[in-house]
Design a protein around this ligand. Structure first.
Ligand SMILES: Nc1ncnc2c1ncn2[C@@H]1O[C@H](COP(=O)(O)OP(=O)(O)OP(=O)(O)O)[C@@H](O)[C@H]1O
Ligand SMILES: [Mg+2]
Length: 324
């Protein structure tokens, strides 16, 4: 059967779409008698554009891996549809154009790193000559040295397994790469390297979709971010869409007697202006309120951090779900 190609809808977006999900949901039956229903994913709709790096955030158990596996066709959705590179979910032909690093990769541990990459390349039916050229490049890219690449995988550290996992996800030179927690188990240098590799993939025009808990990495490398909480995609957009451009001052001072503190806070409260749950006050007005002997240590212009945003959204959503 000819694969069904879905043309992008020009009225919706001018940017080419690499991945589009509409109303995706997944329900599992769990428990000994399979009488418990678990819904890790609910009505999820999102688009990832060609060439962008998209980071999916969410607390443990939010449904990130479930969404990723559903998009990859590893698990079947209970509802909804999706397209990958213009093809409907589950079409085999598209798999050759996709790379995937699973959350807990399991590899044949008696194979060496080099043999494992060759094995994966052969699964993709890649030409031997091409593999001979590509494998050393990939080993170099992920920082697995010559001697390490000839050691069996059972002798690899967790970080090395993660790197070789990333290399196998790139063996077929994919257009769209799915990475489930690519920084997991890596030390700061390793994390930095993986970040660099993801940024390099972007410069090559690849589309990257990855799950992560590490907000700092997401903040640096993602074009857009999605936040999944208890199976619901509660936010999706650029960092600016999510955090806004509003800035505020953070003040740190010493020399305020604890008894004066309530008075000081009251005075600031009275002079400030409440904006979206935060108090806004002009720096001079703040200084005017400081009691004698108090010293302002630091006054810093800040923006809402991704961590603040993440915590607030998760709390808000969890509260809402408990209320209903
Ligand atoms: N096959 C399954 N059967 C029953 N429940 C499942 C199954 N797979 C996942 N779940 C449940 O779905 C929920 C979401 O799991 P998922 O692995 O997608 O979360 P996650 O966001 O990737 O979490 P983490 O950050 O810990 O990797 C969890 O409560 C999990 O127990
Ligand atoms: Mg997961």
């Amino acid at each position: 059967m000819q694969p069904r190609v879905i043309a992008p809808d020009p009225s919706q977006q001018t940017r080419p779409v690499a991945l589009a999900a509409s109303g995706l949901a997944k329900t599992f039956r769990a428990g000994f008698w399979l009488n418990k229903v678990v819904t890790p994913l609910r009505d999820c709709s999102l688009q990832v554009y060609t060439g962008e790096t998209f980071g999916l955030l969410g607390p443990n158990g939010a449904g990130k891996t479930t969404l990723l596996k559903t998009l990859l066709g590893i698990i079947r959705p209970s509802a909804g549809t999706a397209t990958l590179l213009g093809h409907t979910l589950g079409e085999q032909s598209v798999k050759a154009r996709i790379g995937y690093l699973p959350e807990n990769p399991y590899f044949y541990e008696y194979l060496t790193g080099r043999e494992m990459l060759t094995f994966v390349g052969q699964l993709f039916e890649l030409d031997r000559g091409l593999l001979r050229k590509r494998i050393p490049e990939l080993l170099d890219l992920v920082g697995i040295s010559g001697t390490a690449s000839d050691r069996p995988l059972r002798k690899y550290s967790k970080g090395m397994l993660q790197r070789i996992g990333l290399a196998q996800a790139l063996v077929n030179d994919p257009e769209l790469v799915f990475l489930d927690e690519p920084m997991s188990g890596l030390d700061p240098t390793g994390r930095h390297q993986i970040r660099e590799i993801i940024m390099q993939l972007r410069t090559q025009g690849k589309t990257v979709f990855f799950n992560s808990h590490i907000l700092a990495d997401v903040e640096v490398i993602c074009d857009r971010i999605g936040l999944l909480v208890q199976g619901d995609l509660v936010s999706c957009g650029t960092l600016e869409d999510l955090l806004g451009t509003r800035k505020f001052y953070r003040a740190e001072f010493v020399g305020v007697d604890p008894r004066q503190l309530t008075h000081l806070l009251d005075a600031i409260e009275q002079r400030g202006e409440r904006v979206s749950g935060r108090l806004r006050i002009e720096p001079q007005q703040l200084l005017d309120q400081l009691p004698a002997g108090a010293t302002l240590l630091e006054l810093k212009l800040e923006r809402l951090s991704l961590e603040d945003f993440f915590r607030a959204k998760v709390q808000q959503h969890q509260g809402r779900v408990l209320d209903t």
